[in-house]
Design a protein around this ligand. Structure first.
Ligand SMILES: Cc1cc2nc3c(=O)[nH]c(=O)nc-3n(C[C@H](O)[C@H](O)[C@H](O)COP(=O)(O)O)c2cc1C
Length: 137
């Protein structure tokens, strides 16, 4: 954003917002948890993962950045042996054993017609038109 072209009150509002954000820094514990000590796991404990935890996971990740309030990602959590067997042919060989052993796995897919949801998710018709143009080009 170019602050130099803002109207006077917009500039002051921006400065106030930035000063507010500077006071909101998270602590080292949070930075370690999310970034510095967050590593990928390749083995699982034989413990069930409750639906409530999966719901919390989804309810957190859905706040990630969006364009025009649209999130094309679709999540399918699967647990049963039968459902995993349907997934097996799509897995790379190195992922088969750990996927089959996991108490739950998630397929993250992409809604190819997510642009149909734009009119209900964004406020102005002009912005909707831009969203449709971008996704269909
Ligand atoms: C392009 C890409 C493909 C990956 N494919 C796999 C995969 O097929 N199986 C897997 O277990 N991890 C996969 N990973 C995850 C990496 O193994 C993992 O991110 C890496 O070990 C880094 O670990 P860290 O998160 O502990 O830093 C992939 C990562 C990237 C960037």
């Amino acid at each position: 954003m170019s602050i130099g072209f803002c109207e006077t009150n917009e500039y002051e509002e921006t400065v106030t917002m930035v000063e507010g954000i500077e006071k909101m820094r998270v602590g080292d514990d949070a930075l370690d948890l999310v970034f510095r000590k967050a590593r990928t796991y390749n083995a699982w404990l034989p413990k069930p993962v409750p639906d409530e935890l999966l719901q919390q996971l989804y309810d957190t990740l859905k706040w990630g950045p969006t364009s025009a309030n649209i999130s094309p990602a679709r999540f399918l959590f699967i647990r049963s042996a039968a459902a995993k067997e349907r997934l097996r042919p799509s897995l790379a060989p190195g992922n088969v054993q750990k996927t089959m052993a996991a108490p739950v796995t998630v397929i993250i897919a992409y809604d190819l017609k997510f642009y149909d949801k734009v009119p209900g998710c964004f406020q102005t018709s002009q912005a909707c038109a831009i969203g449709l143009w971008i996704t269909r080009s």
